[in-house]
Design a protein around this ligand. Structure first.
Ligand SMILES: [Fe+2]
Length: 354
């Protein structure tokens, strides 16, 4: 369905249900990748409040005033998240959620229930109905934005994956949360993998593998004992050998999944070095798969430009200098490093022109 950039109202033949797209920030017609949020509430005032807060966050907002209208809108407009009031005349929010979760086509649509503060009974019923999250009225803008953002991200990822893949990604996320030092490292790698991959004009499949690599490259850390993984300070030679196993463990975890094939080289080879002094196979030069080389530069750059408990965040210029020094030592592919340097310089020139 084309989504108008302006206030656009559609009333069904009985006039009983109504849904409208109130805002499309990009102003184009339905081709936008802007996440769509459907707000369902029989009270126009609460609906408008949620819609206004979401519009400020840059979402495209759709509205429905009752359960049947919401179900129609979901099929027609394919929202990314639904914000669902519990108490509505006729079909209540629980029933809407149950129907969505039972339907193969709509079961992955995340549902956030809007409940009254401390309404424990509604929360329990909401969980039973398959709801994904809860928000209480009056809305806290930051909480609303955080929950919607997280569920949009989850939904977009889930759409591309089958169940086994979802399990693998969940493991990868749990690894990241085990290591409090890395913050949103994976998310940044995914974004930069997409941007740099497109800059290099890689195929869509390669760009996707680079992005998945952002989540999955260190999944093998699930098999590394906490005493090593979370150790503060330098590793002993033995501990270092244990740590190096993460690339092999990761490869083993993802190997059985057909769609993960393209990511396996990133997982196994992201610690190789151009001069053959890396691990696990001491590959050198063009023996190292190209995607692993590309990914490695992104990974190192992000680690350098992020703050960690043991180091400050380097500026982009400082990080590029360190990478250049490592390249001079023979560790990285000089041609690729040059392209990466140009890519980063372009971004920062563009930013400074804003
Ligand atoms: Fe790693």
């Amino acid at each position: 369905m084309a989504v108008s950039p302006h206030f656009d109202t559609a009333v069904d033949s009985f006039g009983a249900s109504m849904c409208f797209s109130i805002w499309s920030p990009t102003g184009n017609s339905g081709e936008s990748e802007q996440p769509k949020i459907l707000v369902v509430d029989d009270h126009p005032a609460s609906r408008m409040t949620a819609a206004a807060l979401l519009a400020v966050e840059g979402y495209e907002v759709l509205e429905a005033e009752d359960g049947p209208a919401a179900l129609n809108m979901v099929l027609e407009c394919k929202p990314d998240v639904i914000l669902l009031d519990v108490m509505m005349p006729g079909m209540d929010g629980f029933e809407v959620c149950r129907q969505l979760k039972q339907d193969e086509q709509t079961r992955l649509l995340p549902v956030i229930f809007i409940t009254a503060l401390n309404d424990r009974r509604s929360r329990i019923r909401g969980i039973e109905a398959g709801g994904d999250d809860f928000l209480t009225k009056p809305f806290d803008r930051l909480e609303l934005a955080a929950r919607v953002k997280s569920l949009v991200r989850q939904k977009r990822l889930n759409e591309d994956l089958d169940h086994a893949e979802q399990v693998v990604f969940s493991i990868a996320r749990s690894i990241e949360s085990r290591d409090p030092n890395t913050g949103d490292h994976c998310e940044r790698l995914v974004a930069m993998g997409k941007a740099f991959g497109e800059y290099l004009r890689l195929s869509r499949a390669d760009v996707r593998d680079l992005m998945w690599g952002g989540y999955l490259h260190d999944i093998g850390k699930v098999g590394i004992p906490d005493a090593v993984l979370l150790k503060k300070g330098k590793f002993t030679p033995d501990e270092l050998e244990v740590m190096k196993q993460h690339v092999l463990i990761g490869e083993k975890i993802c190997q059985p999944l057909r769609t993960m094939r393209g990511v396996l080289p990133i997982i196994r080879y992201h610690h190789e070095r151009w001069d053959g002094t890396g691990y696990p196979d001491r590959l050198a030069g063009s023996q190292i798969p190209m995607l692993a080389q590309v990914f490695q530069i992104i990974d190192i750059y992000d680690a350098l430009t992020s703050e960690r408990p043991y180091k400050k965040a380097f500026t982009p210029e400082e990080a590029l200098e360190i990478i250049a020094e490592e390249t001079a030592k023979g560790w990285r592919n000089p041609k690729l490093v040059q392209e990466f340097t140009e890519f980063i310089s372009n971004i920062h020139t563009l930013k400074s022109q804003d």
